[in-house]
Design a protein around this ligand. Structure first.
Ligand code: HEM
Length: 466
């Protein structure tokens, strides 16, 4: 990375990025695309080439940081000059409150310290068993020849798993389905809001918003009840809720614990962040495997040899390297978090260019992961590229499915373990095929990247290993 000039009184003398030549009608189109297809918008931004490009977007100064060096500056070295993007902090507050995804500054740092024990290695290894068992239960009723919406199935699976890991096995039995439905209704509400510019400026409350508010009320009531139950009998039941309730922070000289409201916000955040992303990562992986039967066969040969029909455990994972390579390559081609958005809180700089306060800085794992300088033949699905020397040779911030800097995904190790286990469990039992030759899934960039209209795949049961 080129040495960036010191950020003192030189800032005023730094050049602003030139605005990419974009005629007015194209700016209007970009705005329409923003509410329709954000991936197209990013690809359009990237066309101007270079590690930084700047656009006017409505009245905002928007910068795309599109090379590892400038990405590192924005997410790590100068991260104190930014806050999260406006969409996340404004629209998701009613659902997520002031949890890890949305909070800022010192409060965020304290919450991150308090939540860290919940994601310690020792803690998450305990979740391997319920994860693999949930995948075994999911596939039991599937029959050969059946077409499934794999996207829906993966969402059900990861929602169930996050519910179990948050609240403990058996504590959610009566509530799991209704909680899942309420969360889905609230998420659909957010999708509608971000897709509907009209709603942003209209005072009329549509029926879907009324439904979403009722669902949010139900989610809140259930979570507060689970917190109250656990407060009455404090114990470490091995679930995330126990760890959050028992967490203590003494960093600032006095012992801090979380209030019920903070625990509620963190639980809701983990509930949401912990299933939608993992589910989409798995869905894209099945799509890629169905498109590449030879690679699918390699994964199945590996799981057959190592597991021989058994349900995988945490200890098996180190002997399933091909399955992990497939997951990493899928996260490269279809990173569920396809864009990371920041907003400058002060005048700052990137790559030696001046970035004025309030500017939006976009970092797109989707674009960065398709740079031919870092990933030769970037559009091809080549899991075998993920060798240890290749990973070591990767520049920092070149591959960032989990983000970077102090706001890097707290659930990254959890998600990789979960994805690895679920792929191994299901690949051993099931072969998924495309619904017809030449079938192509189209990425739909909503809150996360998912296949438009779901992913219909045809099931073949693998009787030999069952
Ligand atoms: C494949 C699955 C996952 C992907 C691709 C993913 C991706 C990401 C990314 C890119 C960020 C950073 C966003 C930013 O900087 O603006 C993030 C943050 C976060 N993720 Fe994940 N995530 C995944 C799974 C999970 C899981 C399983 C959990 C919890 C159980 C989780 C909880 C969180 C939380 C709480 C944050 C906010 C962290 C902070 O700001 O301190 N994620 N995730």
């Amino acid at each position: 990375m080129p040495e960036a000039p010191e950020m003192t009184d030189t800032l005023d003398t730094l050049p602003l990025l030139p605005v990419a030549p974009l005629p007015l009608k194209d700016q209007a189109r970009l705005l329409a695309i923003f509410f329709g297809d954000r991936l197209q918008m990013l690809l359009r931004f990237a066309e101007s080439g270079g590690e930084l490009s700047r656009f006017r977007f409505a009245s905002r100064y928007v910068v795309l940081a599109n090379a590892p060096g400038v990405v590192g500056e924005a997410l790590l070295e100068r991260e104190a000059d930014y806050r999260k993007g406006p969409a996340l902090s404004v629209y998701s507050r009613p659902l997520l409150g002031n949890g890890l995804l949305t909070s800022e500054g010192g409060f965020h740092r304290k919450q991150r310290r308090l939540s860290a024990p919940a994601f310690a290695h020792r803690q998450i290894v305990g979740y391997a068993k319920p994860m693999a068992e949930a995948a075994e239960r999911l596939q039991e009723p599937w029959t050969t020849g059946q077409t499934l919406d794999v996207s829906r199935e993966m969402m059900r699976l990861t929602l169930g798993i996050v519910g179990t890991t948050l609240f403990g096995v058996g504590n959610l039995e009566d509530d799991a389905d209704t909680l899942g439905r309420s969360l889905t209704t609230v998420m659909q509400y957010f999708l509608k809001v971000i897709q509907s510019p009209v709603r942003l400026f209209s005072a009329t409350i549509p029926p879907w918003e009324v439904r979403a508010k009722a669902s949010l009320g139900h989610l809140d009531a259930t979570i507060y009840r689970l917190i109250a139950d656990r407060r009455r009998e404090p114990r470490n039941a091995g679930d995330l809720l126990s760890v959050l309730l028992l967490a203590q922070d003494t960093e600032d000289g006095e012992t801090a614990t979380m209030t019920d409201q903070q625990v509620r916000d963190e639980v809701m955040t983990l509930f949401l962040a912990g299933h939608e992303t993992t589910s989409n990562a798995l869905t894209w992986t099945w799509y890629l495997l169905a498109k590449h039967p030879l690679i699918y066969a390699k994964v199945q040969a590996e799981v057959d040899e190592v597991l021989g029909g058994r349900t995988p455990t945490y200890d098996d994972l180190s002997r399933l390297p091909v399955t992990l390579q497939v997951l990493k390559e899928s996260l490269r081609l279809y990173p569920p978090v396809y864009a990371i958005v920041r907003q400058a809180t002060t005048d700052t700089q990137l790559g030696g260019k001046r970035i004025p306060a309030r500017a939006i800085v976009l970092v797109s794992p989707y674009l960065l992961h398709r740079r031919p300088e870092t990933f030769p033949e970037p559009d091809r699905f080549l899991p075998e590229r993920w060798t240890a020397p290749f990973e070591k040779s990767l520049p920092r911030h070149a591959y960032l499915p989990f983000g970077g800097g102090p706001r890097i995904c707290i659930g990254a190790a959890f998600a990789l373990m979960e994805g690895h286990l679920l792929l191994a469990t299901l690949a051993q039992r099931i072969t998924f095929r495309l619904p017809h030759t030449g079938y192509e899934a189209t990425p739909e960039p909503l809150i996360t990247l998912r296949p438009r209209g779901g992913l219909p795949l045809v099931v073949t049961r693998r009787t030999a290993t069952v």
